[in-house]
Design a protein. Structure first.
Length: 359
């Protein structure tokens, strides 16, 4: 088990890693480094990371634990003559919140350099433009180049360069709060890594496989590939889930900070297996682990493909509440992270062939 300080460092390192969908190399390398002491690790050509506990004993049932490694961000679409760049969003972003935010743009050498998302200054905006509101094509990324040639030769930025928010994760010890980028789903990645760490010293009745899967934000593509490589009997999907406690009426709040992990019954991608879900909820209540429940009208997770793969895989989602996901800055708590890990560990410790068949 990691110390509190070690978990904080793990969460910060994962949050800070550059890894927009399709460019998750840094996260894959970090996942391998953090787990290779107790897992056999492989990485496929998509950059899905597969981790198999070294203490697996070829049991009759296999548990799959998953979290997605990518984050929402941007990609350079075109380079303008003045050295700024048109870009497209990767994953869902609120266009109105983007101007003036700092970003990091990958160079041809694989390094990331700072820039900003900019739009026409208000001094030059006409009345007609003010009335129509901003659209993505009005925005640009500027790293300080003065021409297309300058950008290509001196900054070494090319078309299709990935772009991520330029945010450094901080932890407020007094209030137990993280503020940083990419908690959807890097807080889930951290929970997965720590869950494996704690399970690595247990004598389990199941084998445990895990994945950090790529490209979830653009259609769960990494999990679509991973289902062909893992013959699982049940699955736990970690997520950084959108907290709704700052704008929903009290009776509709289903993912609040400091109320524990959220277990989702329903969203656009999956109807959660009710028997496995009830097993997890009852266990949380029995052990005094705070747990929240949700039914979502939108959203989706890697459970979409996992639960319907092979013979059907009972799957639950353990979401760690994050305020303002899909923006440059999110807020989450160490307390909710720790309870998510505790719940997952206790679930796996109690799984066996008979229990899994009951799902």
């Amino acid at each position: 088990m990691r110390t509190k300080e070690e978990n904080i460092c793990l969460i910060q390192a994962l949050s800070n890693a550059n890894g927009v969908s399709g460019f998750e190399d840094e996260v894959a390398e970090l996942g391998q480094k953090e787990t290779e002491a107790y897992c056999n690790v492989t990485i496929d050509s998509l950059r899905n990371t597969y981790m198999s506990l070294k203490n697996n004993r070829k049991q009759s049932c296999r548990v799959w634990i998953d979290a997605h490694s990518d984050e929402v961000g941007y990609i350079v679409q075109a380079i303008k003559p003045n050295g700024t760049m048109n870009f497209l969003t990767i994953g869902g972003s609120d266009i109105s919140s983007l101007p003036s935010n700092k970003v990091r743009v990958q160079t041809a050498k694989g390094e990331y350099i700072p820039g900003i998302i900019t739009s026409k200054p208000p001094h030059f905006v006409s009345a007609a433009e003010k009335n129509q509101g901003r659209i993505l094509s009005d925005l640009a990324i500027d790293v300080g180049a003065v021409s297309a040639q300058d950008l290509k030769e001196n900054f070494q930025i090319r078309m299709a360069a990935p772009v991520v928010p330029d945010v450094t994760c901080t932890y407020d010890e007094t209030h137990d709060l993280f503020i940083g980028k990419a908690f959807d789903c890097r807080i889930g990645c951290a929970a997965l890594i720590e869950t494996l760490n704690q399970l690595s010293t247990e004598m389990l009745d199941v084998d445990v496989e895990a994945t950090l899967t790529v490209q979830e934000e653009v259609g769960e593509r990494g999990s679509m590939a991973a289902v062909d490589n893992i013959d699982a009997d049940v699955c736990i999907v970690f997520e950084g889930c959108p907290a709704d406690d700052t704008f929903s009426p009290d009776y509709l709040i289903q993912a609040a900070l400091r109320k524990g992990p959220m277990l989702r019954h329903f969203d656009c991608s999956m109807i959660t297996n009710p028997r496995f879900q009830r097993f997890a909820l009852d266990l949380g209540e029995e052990l005094g682990i705070p747990v929240q429940e949700s039914v979502r009208s939108g959203g989706g997770t890697n459970g979409k493909y996992i639960h319907a793969s092979r013979h059907g895989v009972p799957t639950i989602v353990i979401g760690i509440p994050v305020r303002y996901i899909h923006s440059h800055h999110g807020i989450c708590t160490l307390e909710d992270y720790e309870n998510a890990v505790k719940l997952a560990v206790e679930i796996v410790k109690r799984l066996n062939e008979e229990t899994i068949k009951s799902f």
